[in-house]
Design a protein around this ligand. Structure first.
Ligand SMILES: C[S@@+](CC[C@H](N)C(=O)[O-])C[C@H]1O[C@@H](n2cnc3c(N)ncnc32)[C@H](O)[C@@H]1O
Length: 175
């Protein structure tokens, strides 16, 4: 049933995000490397990932920290600034390619967000280990050697897709 009110829409969106992140965490459980979180926001998904992957280093990219102090990453794990400035030099700080990247710097307007999200997808490519995964909440682009988990919210359903390249675009499951 399509939710018609704001509360149900938010519940569906966050449930989808939680399920995708849980699945992504399972995908990389045997893969070494840190996690990259793009968009600290209120720290919700960061807190989820550090609970799910407690042994992992999690590096967070954020230009404007506005969450409670307990959700702010420790020194050295917050890359403060616009991603267009921080991502190009990030590998030196992170030290090794990541197992998983989660992009959550967008808004509800995928069209307006597309230039930044597409730029980020390409810019993050060298930061993700071969076989690593990334999850973005916008129409996807992918690159060789990584797996992509993508949530799409349409008028009728929230779905997620998983694949290793554009040919897997139709491998979609409802959630
Ligand atoms: C949707 S919120 C993130 C929500 C967060 N993942 C959570 O679960 O609480 C998006 C965040 O991305 C950040 N952001 C947006 N554009 C950015 C950019 N170009 N560089 C760095 N951070 C950016 C915003 O400041 C905002 O905190």
């Amino acid at each position: 049933m399509t939710p018609t009110n704001r509360l149900e829409q938010m519940i569906r969106r966050l449930t989808s995000q939680r399920n995708c992140l849980a699945f992504a965490a399972e995908m990389v459980v045997d893969l070494p490397g840190p996690v990259l979180e793009f968009g600290l926001g209120k720290g919700r998904t960061y807190d989820f990932m550090r609970e799910r992957l407690p042994e992992r280093d999690i590096y967070v990219f954020e230009r404007d920290v506005h969450c409670r102090p307990e959700y702010v990453p420790a020194d050295g794990y917050l890359l403060l600034g616009d991603v267009r400035d921080t991502v190009p030099a990030a590998l030196a700080q992170i030290g090794e390619p990541a197992a998983l990247a989660h992009f959550d710097i967008g808004t509800h307007d995928f069209t307006a967000d597309a230039p930044l999200t597409d730029w980020l997808t390409l810019a993050v490519t060298p930061l993700i280990r071969t076989g690593g995964a990334w999850y973005r909440t916008a129409p996807w682009r992918t690159h060789a050697g990584s797996r992509c988990l993508c949530r799409r919210t349409t008028a009728t359903a929230t779905t997620w897709s998983i694949g290793s390249g554009p040919s897997d675009r139709n491998n979609t499951k409802g959630r």
